[in-house]
Structures are given as C-alpha cells and as structure tokens.
Design a protein around this ligand. Sequence first.
Ligand SMILES: [Zn+2]
Length: 403
Amino acid sequence: MSSLPSAAADLVDAHCHSVTVADLDDAEFAMLCTESSLPPAPGTSYLHTPLMLAIRRWCAPALGLELHAPIEDYLARRRQLGGLAASRRLLRRAGVSALLVDTGYIADQLAVPELADLAGAPGYEVVRLESLAEELAPAVPAQQFPERFRRALRACGERVVAFKSVIAYRHGFDVAPERPSDDAVIESVTTWSRAWAASRPARVTDPVILRFLLWEGMTCPQPGGRKPRPVQLHAGYGDADLDLHRVNPLLLTGLIRAAQRADGGPLVLLHCYPFHREAAYLASVYPNVYFDIGVAVGHLGPSASTLVGEALELAPFGKLHYSSDGCALAELFLVGALAFRQGLDKVMGDWVSADEISSADAAAIRATVLAGTARRLYPGLDDGPGPDISFTGPQDTPRQDEA
Ligand SMILES: [Zn+2]
C-alpha cells in the first residue's frame, strides 16, 4: 500500500529549472536521470539507481501505473502518453504552490509562463549572473562592462525574485572574499575578450569577474531601492565537471563575513550534499546564510528521510527551505516534492513519538520549511498556496485532457 505524504501544505519550490516536453527515448530519459554526462560503466545503468526507485514509487501512480511498476513499463507508459501529457500529470501531482525558475541553464525548454501553466502554479524568475555577463560582455567595450552589468541587474523587474551564481562550476569557492575593483574587472574582461574572439560562446571562468558578478548580485537594490534580492549559490552535489572538493561551502566563510559587513542580500546555499551539515552550520552562525538540500533528496531515493533529518539537526528552521532542482524531467519535480514531504513527515513523526516535540511544534516546523522560509526570503511571492491539489493513491483516474 502506498504511503503518501500529508496533503494540504503550501509548498514553494525555491529552485528549479524548466522541463522538456519532448517525447524522449529510453536512452535520453536515462541520461536526464543522472548528474553525469558520461556513459554508465559497463554492466551498470542509470535506470538502476536509488533515484529510479523513487521514480517508480512516486511517479508510476501519477501515470496510472501500479506502485513500483517496472521501469520498462513506466517508460512505455510515458511514451504512450507523450512528453507533454506525462509532464503535466507529474508536475500537477507535485502539488507545488510556486516555482522559482533558474532560466540561465538550458535554452530549449519551456519558458517560465508555460512551465507555470503546465504545473498549475505561479512561476518566478531567478536570473543567472554568469549567463547575463556572457550575453552582455561581447556586446560592450571592456571599459564599460562593470557599469553596464550593474545597469542590467538594476533593470531586472518584479518577477525576478533572486539571482543565481555558478561560481562553483566555473572556478570553485576558493576565491578572495573582497569585492574586486572595477579596474581589475576591466583588465580581466579584456583578457577574457581574447578568448571569446577565438571561440564562441563566451564562457566566464575568471575568478575576478566571477567575484564581481557575485558581489554585484548581493548588493544590487530591487526596484524602488528596496534591499537586495537573495543570491542562490550552487554548492556541493552536481555534474561531473564539478570539482567537488572546491565547492564545500565552508570555503566561502570569508566571503560570507565580508558580505555580512557590507550589508549584502542573503546567500542561499543550494543542494549542498554531502556538505549539508557544513551548510547548516554556516546558516546557524551567519544571519545572511540560508540553505537547502535540493536535488540530493530525489537522488537518494529510499534514503531521502535520512538527509532531511540531517538537514534539520542544527540550523534555525527558518534558514532551510525546500527546492527540487528539477531540470528537464518533470519526474524530478514530483520526486523532489513527495520525497521531501515524506522525509519531513517521517522526521517530525519520530520526534513527536519520542516526545521530543509537540504536534504543534511539528506543524510549525513543517510549514516553515515547506514554504514559510521561502515566502519570507524571496520578494513578491503571491501569498498563500496555489491550486488545491490533493494526493490520491495509485488508482487515480486519468484526467480526460491528459490522456
Ligand atoms: Zn539548479
């Protein structure tokens, strides 16, 4: 019998990407289920992982299959429905009430309004700092880049609720903490321009420019001169081109202190696994640090509740928020949402059973982590939960318009 997380909770997915609604073949689907871009080792498969157990658990019923349906049956059913109808069902079942979408990663996916329509929840934009710089830099003289970048950030409108930095991918967190001077940035952009003149697209990896982008994001006022938006930082777990040992968030300690002194906006450490305890420590001692455990919850499959429990060990509960880091596959949005809620329910249930906390405490912690932190942190999210999406079992009748 399926055990489903408790329903009727406001759930903000505070960091995700968009989806593809293409009809995927099995090999394409498998490669979207791993953070690796490399083929699997001989005798192994990306369809035989903890994440795939979670997909068979949480997603098979959403497509009208039995719980734990074999992956071959799942993929056949997905093909039968088509990418668009399957994605709609999966996104709706995730039951999120808002989506914060990083738009700087893959271009050939749904635009934010289309994703929001498919998911039945409002969508907001997270602007990736490096993508903006790479678009702008080849179009302006190097001497003008710092000021033109500042102007581009200030031009971001109300639907942009955060910025995002991938300095983790492009260099690592072992950078000098201070804001670089404009002169130093201009010198680095001049050097960078020789690289993009030789081969496009322009890809920023220079640590001076990357620090500049991060500092500008942390200190750019919102429209109307309001305080800066949060900057989301990829930390920990990610693709095979990441040097994981250089993205332990503890390496950011100097920058966090400098940003605190400069009264910069909040820093949100995303994903963090296996450094989620380090991230929780930073969140517990620095007021400007928040964190989440997105992406890893889904990939840990049956072990998700262990990770949720560890994330709840130390930091104030108002420093942790939910995100799926869903990307390309709608399955990742659904698995993220239900595995996180299930894990949270389990941890809270254990604490209540052991008389560590009251039921009222558990309800308050759940509400904070699922949505309260995000609604307090990100500006302009519409108040309250989205559409009333109830959780039903595997016998759910397919909707006419989705079949
Ligand atoms: Zn992401």
